[in-house]
Design a protein around this ligand. Structure first.
Ligand code: FAD
Ligand code: FES
Ligand code: MG
Length: 286
């Protein structure tokens, strides 16, 4: 569980290569790990972006959005994670679906990357659509582009690509041709809901990768439960991929907001801690 390498890909976006022979040996596209950055803290799920069986390492890429991801971003090579469990979740079935549209938004783009690479490797023709509120939030675009035949970018404020939302190019593409074997979407819940509604109009199969709050990641705590086709499913063991037509997105949105207050308090605490450490360092210097 030692950090082997660290790269700052962009502001608030970090890549860690972690030593983990057993996870590297078994990981497949679409699977994730649940980790703890430190002994006192919470467990968070992160997608396995790459697994190198020879080097016995896995790669994670995360956006520093709150307490734990910021803490994780302070780790350096040779530091160790407190705990790491995986590979978890069902792998995404990879085969040649023909023409595929993949859509990603926010931290979902990190989750999309291993999938785009695997689908390209299976011979699919890939059109990717990435979206965010502003240009900075459309992460990993060069990396996704490398495996895409065609790419569209949308931002709410028009700072990159076309001004609008990902469903704008999606509607245009589906209007031009409905010859797509699959649409895959991962991102904020309102985005996955909107994309599923558009694909329903064109009767095209859509798979969404859900991101509820997870704790154990092994089907024990029930925290990640979602309603799919009227049945309760545990995203960590039954997913994270589900048929977008069947998901109760409104329930998922409501459940995701449960800890917002706690998340804000944890961030304030970390900011104070970091500021205090910085002022100690300044005092030491002079
Ligand atoms: P907080 O301030 O605590 O939370 C910020 C937001 O993150 C919350 O509002 C909530 O929506 C979400 N979140 C918080 N805690 C959890 C939790 N325990 N489980 C799930 N979501 C949580 N992010 C990446 O940047 N890269 C990835 O590859 C990636 N893969 C993921 C794969 C899966 C299967 C899931 C479910 C999520 C993935 N995420 C990924 C999202 C990542 O888990 C959250 O950004 C992270 O947990 C935020 O924690 P925090 O303490 O830094 O922020
Ligand atoms: Fe506990 Fe899925 S995270 S059951
Ligand atoms: Mg947190």
């Amino acid at each position: 569980m030692k950090v082997i390498a660290k790269e700052r890909i962009a502001e608030n976006l970090t890549k860690l290569v972690i030593e983990s022979p057993l996870i590297a040996k078994k990981a497949l596209p679409g699977q994730f790990v649940v980790l703890m950055a430190a002994k006192v803290g919470e467990r968070v799920p992160l997608t396995i972006v790459d697994a190198d069986r020879q080097k016995q390492t896995i790669t994670i890429i995360f956006q520093e959005v709150g307490y734990t991801t910021r803490l994780l971003g302070t780790l350096k090579p040779n530091d160790s994670l407190y705990s790491l469990v995986g590979p978890l979740g069902k792998p995404t079935p990879i085969k040649n679906y023909g023409r595929v549209i993949v859509l990603g938004g926010g931290v979902g783009i990190a989750e999309l990357l291993p999938l785009v690479r695997a689908l390209k490797g299976a011979g699919c023709t890939i059109t990717s659509i990435l979206g965010g509120r502003t240009a900075e939030l459309v992460i990993l675009r060069d990396q996704v582009k490398e495996f895409s035949d065609d790419m569209y970018i949308t931002t709410d404020d028009g700072s990159l690509g076309e001004k609008g939302v990902v469903t704008d190019p999606l509607k245009r593409l589906l209007d031009e041709s409905s010859d797509y074997g699959l649409v895959f979407c991962v991102g904020p819940v309102p985005m996955m809901k909107a994309v599923s509604e558009v694909t329903r109009l064109f009767k095209i199969k859509i798979v969404v990768c859900l991101n509820p709050i997870m704790v154990d990641g092994t089907g024990m705590c029930g925290c990640c439960r979602v309603t799919v086709g009227g049945e309760t499913k545990f995203t960590c063991v039954d997913g994270p991929d589900f048929d977008g037509y069947e998901v109760d997105f409104d329930e998922l949105m409501a459940r995701q907001k449960r800890f917002v207050q706690h998340e804000k308090q944890a961030m304030c605490k970390l900011d104070k801690q970091i500021n205090n450490e910085a002022s100690w360092e300044r005092n030491d210097d002079g």
